[in-house]
Design a binder for this molecule. Structure first.
Ligand code: ATP
Length: 808
């Protein structure tokens, strides 16, 4: 059995891959910030940035052949040769792409043209791209398939590393194409060429969580709880599908326009199995967020390392800094392994308790996702744990659906015949059948569970009791499965093969429902709200929203499912009739992008970007001070108090309003007179298109502006002040639409010894944007930071330093 599931392509850790150098900017910033971004990613599975830099400056570096095609190409992989392509020639300071990449991506769903670079990770660039003939935007992750020859590895070693990387990329594409969760950034399409992968993700336009923290310093517990519940929802959904993220960190959490989170970067994710002999052995992720057992190179099941990282993320949310930090890497390792955390005294006892449960160094003692989700801090004000939005499932029965099996690609499961044989074997196994019988019995059991069952399900869990009495198996395995231990619940993470079967089947069902659904272009006419024509049929892909999220404040026109159990269940294979052929798992051109964002989301989007002229007049300010005004601005996103009727009326009005509305930016207001012709953050070939609302304005997220990032001063003064500070701190900048594109390169060159341990940062350079936006209603300008590339913590230190020096 173990040989059939080789999805892991595990690579041993190179603990030296962590950075050891304090960035020059850090000394100027307020301590105590982490000095460096550290990555324990296996070098053979992540490209070595420094290596690739060298290769571009050394013309003699030979390129070796591209890796062979992945044995099981993921959906939508193609091997077309680039026709229009370019290197990163307009962006000399950015990491050079070894091979030219396309400027237009001929994805199965349409052609996407690059606009500008919006992110730079260790895997490569992330570019904003627009679908030709539409205003639809996507974030395109460009990943090189071939590592450069830096002379440090033999050809065989490089080819082996490339093959492992190829497996990992195929797995990432396969996993993200299957996941369907409102708090996980969805894959729209993907394309594989000879040299690159192009993964087209939904564009998350609200900024990074990190920027949110920079704006706020730290979050209030109530705000942190909202985000933590959404993270928990997404992580639990993954775990129940046998998927472990393995790279949860603050940088991988983006914020959507609706103010909800989106988890990105499944580049290190993998399938996990409850079987002891199939434990994972890749020790990966960012060091600051890595569980101690990873540093000790101990095999692990999977979910427990995500719980640790989530604990670190939660600490960052409520404290504005990482819990473990030291500029000396061995000391940092020791701190993580020791797990001693200094909790600030302002933190509530409940919050401290939850974090301490998540940061238990012994994975067997660590909180499970079930405990996390049911913890008193997590449920406070919500009346229950977050919903994981897992679709309703029934245990699998034979015969299996061949169409589903044929689309279980990208995981190296083997030939469909083999997958079918293995799945059949699992389903027939006494263990699975016993689990099914148990589920049946539970279904027939009385509605009110007896006390012990309730306790098993965690409702009566004593969170303040030490859990030493539990066996390791109990602690590790009853994670989030409502009292059914992992590996014993036929519906939740019983086995990776079974989980992927469910996910593929649900994806096929979604695609079919989308095909059958009325075309999205048919918008409800401006008819009376009661009219049937306004009613959009509920779609099985409609993603129910977390209670108390913005959706609850402004409910969508259709009642979204709010409980996983009440959702329309995915059809079983026997219910399928006259299936449309779906080629290699490709989504058909017109059903991918628009469907992912339902009516509710689009209304929410419009509400979140509404024209300030449509807003009600501002309430009287509580005081004339900046603080009073900005607190008012802040309260807009958090404490809108409207009656249900008023909300409904507004919602209906919004539904009738077909024109997207947006805020004005300084550029639109003609106040960006200094913008050079054709100059954008991405270079001449990445010109912004002013007519595009998403590009001509920086993102405005309700509540993002704190006192320190808003100003009553006139725009020219703010611009001048930003320039003054940028010059003062030695940041190179270019004026762009709505703000500044900034690059900071440290003047002190690192010595070779420390450079070789820096896989993720090019010479300590950081690239970011400072955007000036209008805050609607109140006459304020806000300053927003966006990281584009470079070390996260250097960037954070620099942004905070600039903010401190600005006279806002
Ligand atoms: N869907 C998206 N929408 C908007 N921005 C995105 C999106 N995906 C990625 N980005 C931006 O690109 C950056 C890098 O993306 P990502 O983390 O996926 O790349 P990576 O190479 O895997 O990075 P890492 O080095 O952290 O592993 C993100 O931090 C974010 O700023």
């Amino acid at each position: 059995m173990a040989t059939t599931l080789s999805a892991s392509a595990e690579v041993p850790i190179r603990s030296q891959s962590v950075r050891t150098r304090r960035p020059p900017t850090a000394s100027r910033a307020d301590p105590p910030l982490p000095r460096s971004e550290s990555s324990t990613r296996a070098e053979s599975s992540r490209p070595h940035r420094r290596s690739s830099q060298r290769s571009t400056t050394a013309p003699s570096s030979p390129r070796h052949q591209p890796p062979p095609e992945a044995p099981a190409p993921p959906p939508a992989a193609s091997n077309v040769e680039p026709s229009s392509e370019h290197r990163d020639s307009t962006d000399p300071k950015a990491r050079k792409s070894q091979h030219r990449y396309r400027t237009v991506i001929p994805a199965p769903s349409g052609n996407y043209a690059f606009i500008k670079t919006i992110g730079q990770g260790s895997m490569g660039k992330v570019k904003l791209a627009k679908k030709e003939g539409t205003s639809e935007l996507v974030a395109c992750k460009i990943i090189e398939r071939v590592s450069p020859d830096d002379g440090r590895q033999s050809r065989e070693e490089r080819e082996k590393a490339d093959a492992a990387r190829e497996d990992r990329n195929a797995r990432e594409a396969a996993i993200v194409s299957l996941l369907n969760h409102q708090y996980i950034c969805g894959l729209r399409d993907n394309l594989r060429t000879r040299w690159h992968w192009y993964m087209l993700f939904e564009y998350v336009n609200g900024g990074q969580m990190l920027d949110y923290i920079i704006s706020h310093g730290k979050l209030k517990e109530k705000q942190a709880r909202k985000f933590a519940r959404q993270i928990a929802s997404a992580v639990d959904y993954c775990h129940r599908n046998s998927i472990v993220h393995r790279d949860l960190k603050i940088e991988n959490i983006l914020i959507s326009k609706t103010g909800d989170i989106k988890i990105i970067d499944f580049g290190l994710s993998n399938l996990f199995s409850p079987e002891d002999d199939r434990k994972l052995k890749t020790y990966c992720g960012s060091l600051y967020f890595a569980a101690p057992e990873l540093l000790q190179a101990k095999p692990y099941t999977g979910p427990e390392v995500d719980v640790w990282s989530f604990g670190v993320v939660l600490f960052v949310l409520v404290c504005g800094k990482v819990p473990f930090d030291d500029q000396y890497m061995p000391a940092l390792h020791q701190k993580i392994k020791k797990g001693a955390v200094d909790y600030p005294n302002w933190l509530s006892t409940e919050c401290k308790h939850l974090i301490s449960r998540m940061l238990m160094t012994d994975p067997r003692q660590r909180a499970t996702m079930h405990e996390v989700m049911n913890h008193p801090w997590m449920v406070k004000g919500y009346g229950g744990p977050p919903d994981n939005f897992l679709p309703h499932r029934e245990p699998l029965a034979l015969p299996l659906d061949r169409e589903v099996i044929e689309q279980m690609t990208g995981f190296k499961f083997g030939h469909p015949d083999h997958i079918e044989k293995e799945l059949t074997r699992r389903i027939k196994s006494p263990k699975y059948q016993a689990a099914v019988r148990r589920v049946e019995r539970e279904k027939e059991a009385p509605q009110v569970p007896p006390k012990d069952v309730e306790k098993r399900r965690g409702f009566g869990f004593d969170f303040y009791r030490r859990r030493n009495s539990m066996t390791s198996r109990e602690t590790l395995t009853n994670a989030s499965s409502e009292g059914l231990v992992l590996g014993e619940d036929p519906l939740n993470a019983f086995d990776p093969l079974i989980s992927i079967y469910y996910l593929v089947r649900e994806k096929i069902d979604r695609e079919k429902s989308e095909l059958q659904a009325p075309p999205k272009a048919v918008q409800p006419p401006p008819s009376p709200p009661q009219s049937q024509s306004l009613q959009v049929p509920p779609s099985p892909i409609a993603r129910p929203r977390e209670k108390h999220s913005l959706a609850e404040i402004i409910p969508p026109p259709q009642p979204a499912h709010t409980e996983s159990r009440s959702r329309q269940r995915a059809r079983s294979h026997s219910e399928d009739q006259a299936r449309e052929p779906v080629k290699n798992g490709l989504l058909s051109p017109d059903m991918i992008p628009a469907k992912k964002e339902g009516t509710a989301a689009s209304i929410l989007r419009r509400l979140s970007t509404r024209d300030r002229r449509k807003e009600p007049p501002p309430e009287p300010k509580t005081s004339g001070t900046v603080r009073g005004v900005s607190m008012r601005a802040k309260s807009l996103g958090h404490a809108r108090r409207e009656s249900i009727q008023a909300r409904r009326a507004k919602r209906e009005a919004e539904a009738r309003d077909q024109q997207p509305v947006r805020e004005e930016t300084d550029a639109e207001l003609g106040e960006n007179e200094n913008e050079p012709e054709g100059e954008t953050s991405g270079g001449s070939n990445e010109r912004l298109e002013p007519e595009d609302p998403d590009l001509s304005k920086p993102v405005y997220l309700k509540g993002i502006f704190s006192v320190s990032t808003t100003s009553t001063r006139p725009l020219p003064e703010i611009r001048a002040d930003i320039k003054r500070v940028l010059k003062q701190v030695g940041v190179d900048y270019t004026e762009i639409k709505g703000g500044f594109s900034c690059v900071h390169s440290p003047s002190i060159k690192a010595d070779e010894a420390s450079q070789q341990f820096e896989p993720t940062v090019a010479d300590g350079e950081i690239r970011f944007e400072i955007l000036i936006v209008k805050v609607p209603i109140v006459n304020l300008h806000g300053v927003q930071f966006k990281k584009v590339g470079g070390n996260t913590w250097q960037y954070k230190a620099m942004a905070e330093h600039i903010l401190k020096d600005l006279r806002l």
